[in-house]
Design a protein around this ligand. Structure first.
Ligand code: NAD
Length: 500
């Protein structure tokens, strides 16, 4: 445990800067809540610009010092060693996360176990970043490129998959030779310290990974700090827009992984058992708290009624409960603000005329009366005129809409400002691949949903983001290219003529 002391039996954390646990300079703190019990979980530092400044200085020193001096192969080996350590400690990491965000332990554990694949992949890629020699017109000149890290990267992550998103963001940045200041979500800050501690245990030098906690204001200090070369942000669309504007105003780059309103289309020729499981998994597997939630299901009218009946019957059987227990299928939503949002958006959908087919209210789970549970909710007959079809709920709320033909459903699926993911269920190869091309989404799943891998690019079209994680191209976002020119001959140039 990384807590610097304990208060009332709860862990209390400071920041992690330059390899040390340190208290916030202004000694401000905040408390995180266990959403299953409604009780306080732990206390964290509310970091200010001064704390962020300390962390950026530590990251800059590591960049110029021990990390910058390592060969790419040595850097890569350290990332691989870190991945092994995280896998060994996957269960305690997952438990910290489940206690803080209410997602199933089975899911958080699976995520903590697989992040090693990202560190192995990008660790292996570290010494495969190559410059090139440019064949210029002028044979006397040697021109080549150097691929260099950008510097200090701010990584700001949300609460829904803290370890997975942190490693997805940091692995390519570290492989490219950058150093990091990480701000975890104020809802799930604890696992970040465990990751930083394990990095140090794996031999990654102090200062390469620094952790500052806090809410939006702490994140803001990371976005505006002049020593930060690039911001890697995963979170909501409004926060992403604000961060991009601030980063842009000081010409810092940013990668944005934002929200979605993903369509999941069931054609009449689908294997309906598979489709049913896929639509349910798309929205209820993590209580809808996933960026790729398939929150808009489009079902062909010829199968609409029986299919929706099956969905509703299955949704009513979902076992709500303590997410630490193996029998639980859906835990609470993560925060009281998220619960309030679910309630508000469900209310708006009803006002707008959507038909509530099941759920729609806060649920009470015996033994967890203060838990933030929300019933699996399905609306039928939803259209684009309903507000809920245009905004991300980030809760267990599915909208189902019938359609008659392919062109109609394509237009509906694309009729959103988001473009993170889309799913479709069909036995027609022709239709599947034609839709895959025409759907405006960064990920398209055919006869499957909710899958991702370290080596397959992931990111948003339209308002769902800028840039990509995963896959070899992710490392490019953390490199800058220097072009080096060297005259090898003895010719004296005309000083007034530009030579090409
Ligand atoms: P959020 O935007 O409220 O917060 C995300 C992180 O940013 C937190 O650490 C928060 O403290 C910080 N933050 C918030 N506003 C900020 C600002 N103006 N400046 C700097 N930092 C700021 O999001 P959340 O509620 O934690 O997470 C849910 C959202 O994340 C959903 O919209 C979801 O779709 C999205 N998400 C996207 C992906 C993806 O890969 N595309 C993955 C997971 C979650």
């Amino acid at each position: 445990m990384n807590s610097i002391d304990a208060q009332g039996g709860h862990p209390r954390y400071g920041n992690y800067i330059g390899g040390h646990q340190v208290a916030a300079r202004e000694n401000e703190s905040f408390v995180s809540i266990n959403p299953t019990t409604g009780r306080e979980w732990g206390t964290f530092a509310q970091s200010t610009a001064a704390d962020v400044d300390d962390a950026v200085l530590a990251a800059s020193a590591a960049l110029k010092g021990p990390w910058g001096r390592l060969s790419p192969s040595a850097r890569g080996r350290l990332l691989i060693a870190w991945g092994e350590k995280i896998a060994e400690h996957a269960l305690p990491i997952a438990t910290l996360e489940t206690e803080q965000n209410g997602k199933l332990l089975a899911e958080m554990h699976a995520q903590a176990k697989i992040v090693k694949d990202w560190l192995f992949y990008f660790g292996g890629l570290a010494d495969k970043v190559e410059g090139s020699v440019i064949p210029l017109e002028r044979p006397s000149v040697l021109n080549y490129t150097l691929r260099e890290p950008l510097g200090v990267i701010s990584v700001i992550v949300p609460w829904n998959s803290p370890t997975l998103i942190t490693i997805m963001s940091m692995a390519p940045a570290l492989a490219a030779g950058n150093t990091i200041v990480l701000k975890p979500s104020e809802i799930t800050s604890a696992s970040a310290f465990e990751l930083a501690r394990l990095a140090e245990a794996a031999g990654i030098p102090a200062g390469v990974i620094n952790v500052v906690t806090g809410a939006r204001e702490s994140g803001d200090a990371l976005v505006t700090h002049p020593g930060v070369a690039k911001i890697f942000f995963t979170g909501s669309e409004p926060a992403g827009r604000s961060i991009a504007a601030k980063a842009g105003s000081r010409l810092a780059g940013c990668t944005l992984e934002l929200g979605g309103k993903s369509a999941n289309i069931v054609f009449a020729d689908a294997r309906l058992d598979q489709a049913e499981a896929g639509v349910l998994a798309g929205i209820f597997a993590a209580a809808g708290q996933t960026c790729i939630a398939g929150s808009r299901a489009y079902v062909h009218r010829s199968i609409y009624e029986p299919f929706v009946e099956r969905l509703v019957a299955r949704a009513r059987q979902i076992r709500l409960g303590n997410p630490l227990l193996a029998e639980t299928q859906m835990g609470p939503v993560a925060t009281s603000a998220q619960l309030a949002k679910d309630i508000t958006m469900v209310g708006q959908a009803r006002e707008d005329g959507a038909e509530l087919l099941c759920g729609g209210t806060r649920a009470t789970v015996p033994g967890y009366e203060d838990g933030l549970f929300f019933e699996p909710t399905i609306f039928g007959g939803t259209t684009r005129a309903h507000r809920i079809m245009n905004e991300e709920v980030f809760g267990p709320v599915l909208c189902v809409t019938p359609f008659d033909d392919d062109e109609e459903v394509l237009a509906e699926a694309n009729g959103t400002r988001f473009g993170l993911a889309a799913g479709m269920w069909t036995c027609s190869l022709q239709r599947a691949h034609s839709f895959a091309k025409r759907l405006e989404a960064g990920t398209v799943w055919i006869n499957m949903y909710r899958a991702l891998a370290f080596n397959s690019p992931f990111g948003g079209y339209k308002a769902s983001g800028v840039g990509r994680v995963n896959g070899a191209q992710a490392i490019e976002q953390y490199l800058q290219t220097k072009s080096v020119w060297c005259e090898l001959g003895n010719e004296v140039q005309d000083p007034f003529v530009l030579r090409t």
